[in-house]
Design a protein around this ligand. Structure first.
Ligand code: ADP
Ligand code: MG
Length: 564
């Protein structure tokens, strides 16, 4: 079969251009990306084998190999994992299916200068394509486990790539980089040097659970004793099983980056060692930034599940409730069947136990963070508060723990959000309810006519702008014996004669204006339920108020958008 030439997608081409001309200072990370892909491929093969889906695959000696050739200036990263079929190579390597990358490119278009663009590489990472930071040509040869036919993909990164079917290819994938000319002034960047390779693998990939072996080159065999044994570079030690004081923050952060495909450090690392009859260890991470697809249907979440150090599955959703879907990490259980399926997991008693414990652990860590590192907590809340609040609706058991950290914008302070407890502590009168207003933006809420009476009386109002706010305020209903009340709904009794309450004064006015009110009601007809005098307003002549039980306009919109 002849070699076929294809064009990269427009997006892929842009990305490659950026890689080729990159001055991104930390080019070493390309090796981390290739080793990480190889490790993923080995994980996938093991899972397929466990499920009996790869009967013809060879799983006898799974490992990753690195081979450098100083003369030819090539570097090869090889694995004997799941591999790719001809079609898969075209789909996975030739296009940018990853939506994170699409987002990356969108931000790239808005980036003002090269420095900003380089910063974006650091934030998003671009996986396989990062090879083009150090190589002017990349060749990938692969054979899918259990299939006969192999495939060769090759590209100089300049707009096209070639695909070719080839025979006699070993199972798995090998990626060969033809390195760019060496920089004579900077020997530090010689990626064919065993020292350099060892250093990078140690730094970024030490915890990879598969052996990463460096093949000896001519003249670089260990100690010149003629030994030609490959050298295993990584310790393969499970970080979660090692004592806290033996692991550096950087090691934790590298594991996080491997798990999450995030290029930024995590905001927080949470360790949990459960002992007793059902033993397990967990290492959880809170990202420092919300992924852009956090609120989309297909958002991949959950933790990696290991049983006694053996990787079982990715994205194990059963281990955390949906409102903690941004948490990344690993759970390693001592005593669970290796053949668990997702369906079984949903009902497994031990998994349920772990989920409850892990949930409480995350929430207690947030409470600690709020008390001890308020700035970090503020970042967390800005990025993930809207998701966490879903828990107020769906997780009655932990509602109080969530309310203990949940922070809301308020008229009390333009900058600093407040908890309900802080609101209550400030309330002038000990029977005052907790007032809030929901809407699209702080600005719109502050300018709402509903706010007038409250501003006038100096009563604090929470300004809630997330869609989920409409829902939790109803589910929670009250806090510390005080009702949560929308300032835009129902009758308002602010405890003085100016409110909506029917004091003697109001009754007299009602009689006086009965004719006008009746006429207005007739004119507005079907559009309103009632027309009333009100003490809510100080400046605006009139405003629309919902009945206490009615949907607010924003919620009506939300339900309408959901097709209900
Ligand atoms: P990511 O790893 O974040 O998915 P990459 O750009 O690193 O993105 O890789 C793109 C895809 O190419 C991977 O998701 C995988 O399906 C495929 N791939 C890359 N390297 C390998 C490999 N060594 N073996 C099998 N598949 C691979
Ligand atoms: Mg990758």
């Amino acid at each position: 079969m002849p070699t076929e030439t294809f064009e990269f997608q427009v997006e892929a081409r842009q990305l490659l251009q950026l890689m080729i001309h990159s001055v991104y200072s930390n080019k070493d990370v390309f090796l981390r990306e290739l080793v990480s892909n190889a490790s993923d491929a080995l994980d996938k093969l093991r899972i397929a084998a466990l499920r009996g889906e790869a009967p013809d695959a060879d799983t006898s000696d799974l490992h990753i190999e690195i081979e450098a050739d100083k003369e030819a200036r090539t570097l090869t990263v090889r694995d004997n994992g799941i591999g790719m079929s001809y079609e898969e190579v075209g789909q996975l390597i030739g296009t940018i299916a990853n939506s994170g990358t699409a987002k990356f490119l969108e931000e790239l278009r808005q980036a003002k200068d090269t420095a900003a663009a380089e910063g974006l590489i650091g934030r998003f990472g671009v996986g396989f394509y990062s090879a083009f930071m150090v190589a002017d040509e990349v060749t990938l040869v692969t054979r899918r486990a259990g299939e006969e036919q192999g495939t060769r993909w090759s590209s100089r990164g300049e707009g096209t790539y070639t695909l070719e079917k080839v025979d006699d290819v070993p199972q798995g994938t090998s990626v060969t980089l033809h390195l760019k000319p060496a920089d004579p002034d900077n020997q530090l960047h010689d990626y064919t040097s065993p020292w350099k390779i060892r250093e990078i693998v140690k730094r970024y990939s030490d915890f990879i659970t598969w052996p990463v072996k460096l093949l000896p080159q001519d003249g670089t065999g260990k100690d010149g004793d003629g030994a030609r044994e490959p050298e295993t570079l990584n310790s393969m030690k499970a970080l979660w099983a090692r004592p806290r004081d033996e692991v550096s923050d950087e090691e934790y952060h590298e594991l996080y980056k491997h798990l999450s495909h995030d290029w930024q450090d995590p905001l927080e690392t949470i360790r949990l060692q459960a002992e007793g009859t059902f033993e397990y260890q967990a290492l959880l991470f809170l990202p420092s930034r919300a992924p852009h697809d956090l609120f989309t249907q297909g958002f991949r979440h959950g933790l990696q599940l290991y049983v006694k150090r053996v990787f079982i599955m990715d994205d194990c959703e059963a281990l955390l409730p949906p409102y903690l879907r941004f948490v990344r990490g690993v759970v390693d259980a001592q005593d669970l069947s290796l053949n668990v399926s997702r369906e079984i997991l949903q009902q497994d008693r031990h998994i349920e136990m772990m989920r409850r414990r892990l949930t409480k652990k995350v929430l207690s860590s947030l409470k600690e963070m709020k008390a001890n590192a308020p700035d970090r907590f503020a970042t967390f809340w800005r990025e993930f508060g809207a998701v966490l609040k879903e828990g107020l609706v769906t997780d009655a058991e932990n509602r109080d723990a969530i309310l203990a950290v949940a922070s809301f914008a308020s008229t009390h302070d333009a900058e600093k959000p407040t908890t309900l407890a802080e609101y209550v502590a400030r309330a002038k009168d000990d029977r005052q309810d907790i007032y809030y207003l929901t809407g699209d933006s702080r600005h719109a809420l502050e300018n709402s006519p509903h706010m007038e009476a409250f501003r006038e009386r100096g009563i604090e109002v929470l300004l809630l702008t997330d869609p989920v706010d409409e829902v939790w305020v109803d589910t929670v209903g009250e806090f510390d014996g005080r009702k949560l009340r929308s300032v835009a709904k129902g009758e308002l009794d602010l405890g003085d004669a100016d409110g909506d309450g029917k004091g003697g004064e109001r009754e007299k006015q009602d009689e006086e204006y009965a004719g006008l009110l009746g006429w207005m009601k007739e004119q507005l007809g079907e559009d309103v339920k009632d027309v009333r005098l009100s003490g809510r307003l100080t400046v605006s002549p009139a405003c629309v108020v919902s009945d206490a039980g009615d949907l607010t306009p924003a919620l009506e919109n939300m339900y309408r958008a959901m097709g209900q």
